[in-house]
Ligand binder design. Structure first.
Ligand SMILES: *[C@@H]1O[C@H](CO)[C@@H](O)[C@H](O)[C@H]1NC(C)=O
Ligand SMILES: *[C@@H]1O[C@H](CO)[C@@H](O)[C@H](O)[C@H]1NC(C)=O
Ligand SMILES: *[C@@H]1O[C@H](CO)[C@@H](O)[C@H](O)[C@H]1NC(C)=O
Length: 601
């Protein structure tokens, strides 16, 4: 298990299947530049929800010039005019990535290559004029995935909410996020691809009946962090009004934040692995040409070996960085400056996100792992990249223990729950709350969690609880799709109806409590999350509200950094002191402090 695998698990995948039929008359749309797009008709029916949706869908529309040849590692260029009429009937090729099937992900177009910048527009047949638009950014740890995955579809959501849905591919892994930390390869190309797709929507969605001023962007996992980055990027200003972030924020500690020196080292190591000469590696322009000439396969295969080569198996995979263009300053600084895009945000993290990390460690979907006192620090160290001081481990136990008796009598030597909760808070929960708290100063922020444990866990991990991505089957209506229909309870379906309505309300009005025109269903109130009242909607059958992890997040944000500093200082003092005692014992001066003493008499 390494960072690559770990991030790959941040996938957006529903265990759902398509229940749609293709009929014959082709829907057409004429874009602003005169291009005629020909799409396909699709349907989604559920008597149980109930919804009956018909769509004109347009798949595989190129939105950028193919980022190949001289355009590899370059910011995306808008697509020149397409041939017309353009047949938008087939999902476009997916971006270069390691075989996603080994991680349980099937892409709807399994062909993977560099020429992959396509988007899809799904238009309900009976939308009102100037319809709302929902743009979904896929997850996959910035490493795998595609806008259209085999078992993912948004037809249920599109049918229920009657909004236009847009999905798209963006460059992944080294092709989307390699950076030298300077102008040679500035980085964030994958995020710039996303931004270009949003610009395409802004320019063209009116042709499909959509309103460019009523756009909600949404994502989960890496897609969620991406949505967060668009709230920060000056270039994304005006491209959306509402943002939905499901388990991922731009200030999460799992999000790679490549720094200058580390970045150059990564690129040079990659160059060495793909066989560039030492002379090429040392010279910037030769380095770039060697990388431009390498085969895409060779880049992909060797990027995963960089960590190993550097002797650091947890070396982060390529991901977002401060490039000075997409992201002018580091994410935390921008969030704190409160100069953000969009008006209304939903920010969510589930109750048991940390089980994903424990699964990566134990790799057993059936048996709940036992984490004894010996194992606990090393597991935390594996993910946090530094084994915590014993006193920190004790504090974590004290803070997270459910029954204090277990601490006192020591009979239960199993800290599974504590480890899972701490990892969740460290990687996702507390940073999302911090993002929500800071942004709530100027935006309307609605925060949710899901403590409800679903019958079907996203990755089928029996002990995952309310795990990473598990809310998707409710908020997008997956429980009404064929695959889950008979495997979920009536209670879960009722919960999904409510969640669908909150999401629909938000997309249409920017407020999950307020229905759009023509909708009328009253739901339990979802109060705003503010600095003064950090309240969550808990996605459960009765949709109650609750507070989450205030004590634990205070510890992680405010106490832990000070404690770690103090422990480091103590360790330094101890070293100095040892040095001093050494001098006394051996009768000679080794430390700096003793020089002073010898000169004094
Ligand atoms: C972000 O930048 C600020 C100011 O330059 C710095 O204090 C902070 O440590 C940086 N944070 C990260 C996560 O790099
Ligand atoms: C703790 O767990 C590890 C791994 O399962 C095991 O090897 C070790 O013996 C256990 N230690 C104790 C004290 O039970
Ligand atoms: C919504 O439904 C309630 C009863 O369920 C009704 O009293 C109310 O008038 C309806 N509002 C609208 C705007 O249709």
């Amino acid at each position: 298990m390494n960072w690559l695998e770990m991030n790959i698990r941040f996938i957006c995948l529903f265990f759902l299947s398509m229940r749609s039929a293709i009929t014959t008359t082709q829907p057409t749309v004429t874009l602003k530049d005169g291009t005629v797009l020909q799409g396909i008709k699709e349907e989604f029916h559920s008597d149980l929800l109930p919804v009956h949706g018909e769509f004109g869908s347009f798949y595989g529309i190129p939105y950028a010039e193919p980022p190949i040849g001289a355009l590899r590692f370059k910011p995306p260029l808008p697509r020149k005019q397409l041939e017309s009429p353009f047949n938008a009937v087939k999902v476009g090729r997916s971006c270069m990535q390691p075989d996603p099937e080994t991680h349980g992900v099937r892409l709807r177009n399994e062909e993977r290559c560099e020429d992959c910048l396509f988007l899809d527009v799904i238009v309900p047949t009976h939308t009102p004029e100037k319809a709302h638009v929902f743009v979904m950014i896929h997850g996959g740890g910035f490493t795998i995935g595609a806008g259209q995955m085999a078992m993912v579809h948004f037809l249920t959501f599109a049918a229920y909410s009657n909004v236009i849905v847009v999905t798209f591919n963006y460059r992944l892994g080294p092709f989307g996020f390699l950076t030298t930390g300077d102008e040679l390869i500035p980085g964030n190309l994958g995020l710039l691809d996303q931004q270009l797709a949003l610009k395409w929507v802004n320019k063209n969605i009116a042709a499909f009946g959509g309103d460019p001023n009523k756009v909600t962007i949404a994502g989960f996992s890496a897609g969620s962090a991406s949505v967060g980055f668009h709230t920060l990027s000056p270039g994304s200003k005006g491209l959306f009004q509402n943002a939905i972030m499901q388990s991922g924020s731009p200030i999460d500690s799992w999000v790679p934040n490549r720094q200058g020196k580390e970045a150059k080292l990564e690129v040079r190591t990659l160059a060495k692995l793909i066989g560039c000469s030492p002379e090429d590696i040392e010279d910037d322009s030769k380095l770039l040409s060697c990388l431009m000439e390498a085969s895409a396969d060779s880049i992909l295969q060797n990027i995963g070996k960089v960590g190993q080569e550097l002797g650091d198996p947890l070396f982060p995979v390529p991901g977002p960085n401060v490039d000075g263009v997409f992201l002018p300053k580091n994410a935390s600084t921008i969030v704190e400056e409160e100069n953000l895009n969009g008006e209304n945000y939903i920010v969510g993290t589930n109750g048991d996100e940390g089980t994903l990390y424990l699964f990566l460690f134990f790799q057993d979907k059936e048996v709940t792992p036992v984490i004894n006192s010996t194992l606990l620090p090393s597991i935390l160290g594996t993910f946090i990249r530094e084994v915590p001081d014993p006193i920190v481990v004790e504090l974590i136990k004290t803070l997270y223990i459910v029954d204090p008796k277990d601490l006192v009598d020591g009979k239960r030597d199993d800290f599974f729950h504590e480890a899972a909760q701490y990892l969740a808070d460290w990687f996702l929960m507390c940073s999302a709350s911090k993002y929500a708290r800071l942004t709530s100063a100027t935006k309307n922020v609605y925060r949710y969690t899901m403590t409800f444990v679903p019958t079907n866990e996203l990755l089928d991990i029996k002990w995952a609880g309310a795990g990473h991505g598990d809310e998707a089957q409710y908020v997008f209506g997956g429980v009404f799709q064929e695959k889950l229909l008979d495997r979920t309870t009536a209670e879960e379906k009722e919960m999904s109806r409510k969640a669908l309505q909150y999401w629909t309300n938000f997309v249409k009005t920017g407020d999950p409590n307020t229905a759009g025109e023509g909708d009328n269903w009253s739901l339990p109130e979802w109060p705003k999350f503010t600095k003064e009242n950090e309240i969550f909607k808990d996605l459960t059958p009765d949709m109650s509200n609750r507070y989450m992890k205030q004590r634990e997040c205070y510890f992680i944000e405010n106490v832990l950094p000070q404690l770690n500093d103090a422990l480091k200082e103590l360790a330094n003092l101890k070293t100095n002191n040892d040095e001093k005692s050494k001098w006394t014992a051996e009768g000679q001066c080794l430390g700096e402090s003793c020089h002073v003493e010898t000169e004094e008499p």
